[in-house]
Design a protein around this ligand. Sequence first.
Ligand code: ASC
Length: 447
Amino acid sequence: MQRAAGLYGSLIVDVAKGEKEPFHYDGEFNILLSDWWHESVHEQELGLSSKPFRWIGEPQTLLMNGRGQYNCSLAAHYSNSSSSQCMFRGNEQCAPQILRVRPNKIYRLRVTSSTSLASLNLQISNHKMVLVEADGNYLQPFAVDDMDIYSGESYSVLFTTDQNPSNNYWVSVSVRGRKPNTTQALTILNYHNTTSASKPPPSPPPVAPLWNNYTHSKLFTKKILALMGNPNPPPTTHHRRIILLNTQNYIDGYTKWAINNISLVLPATPYLGSIKYNLNNAFDHKTPPENFPSNYDVMKQAQNPNSTYGSAVYMLSFNTTVDIILQNANALAVNSSEIHPWHLHGHDFWVLGYGEGKFSNENDGKSFNLKNPPYRNTAVVFPFGWTALRFVANNPGVWAFHCHIEPHLHMGMGVVFAEGVRRLGKIPNEVLTCGLTGKMFLNNKND
Ligand SMILES: O=C1O[C@H]([C@@H](O)CO)C(O)=C1O
């Protein structure tokens, strides 16, 4: 839960010397989105691990570059809300970062979400946004009025400053996919030298699509396609297909998430050392399930009393092509299924498709996009739906694959893949200092 405590940042990777990006821009901004609670992360963890379970609830504030407002809102000017309006003159600690632009230029906005929980929607009033990059890979450009961004994702969007330069414009960020209880985050696009940044925009902030308008989110998500040849299309066949059903369960009365009935608990000994050195007692050695029972009804409340804790690893043969089908289902409450943004370490994957209800191995594979699927490291699975991913297991190591919502990972929503570990050379001592390998390391040191 380090991210919930504020441990995050963004990293911008420049194109290699001599290479050019497939679009032009005159200036750029970097916006890191996050969510913030008043309760400390330790209290949150305690609540999640308690019986009865205490959920963290919705965030108190949405942050842009670590800045947000509480109990006051830039938007109050336009509403009957009792909250007072923040007066930002530019040097208050909580003042948002104002995006200062010049007329008739193209700007690149690098947007990243490191939220603990919130799925977000971003808009710039009166300005279209053209998406050109996702998770470090180029996209077939497409224009939108608003864009969704899930925890763990990053995008580049271009916008042109072609509006009346004597006005200011809202940049707004709102919650998607969960019933919001957090005021939208706001900042201002200011055509500087022309108008003062403290002049309120002429109209209210844009209204976000309804939080549960999943049709809108799916339409947006399905527009995200790779720019042809960036990178190459995926292999046309797979060696192994692993279907991962997520369910919310009780284990001994504790509320958990499980994948194919196993709720992940990380072992005390880091996997890398225990796999490399063949330690038998460091984690569960039986192969975790590749599928779930065919009669499981994903539209009904979870009925799986046999869920257990586990730490087993999906061992992948080196250089093979692996398909992952993320299968969403009804959670513990009736008629409820949540958004989960899944994030893979160590690889990018092709997002081959999305679908409704239960994935059918026979039929749904035929609809996969093998021509220009986006190549990413985070992909969302929509409520009651499935998402199909493909990657090549060509990076020696042990890799987490998990829901990027911090409390969900804490509650067990993840799996572990390993490939080619024996190909690794010396593992740095620093990685071996815990658990059973820690004892080995100490013994070596004393030799
Ligand atoms: O994991 C979660 O738990 C709560 C709720 O399902 C039970 O209180 C919630 O909204 C989650 O996302």
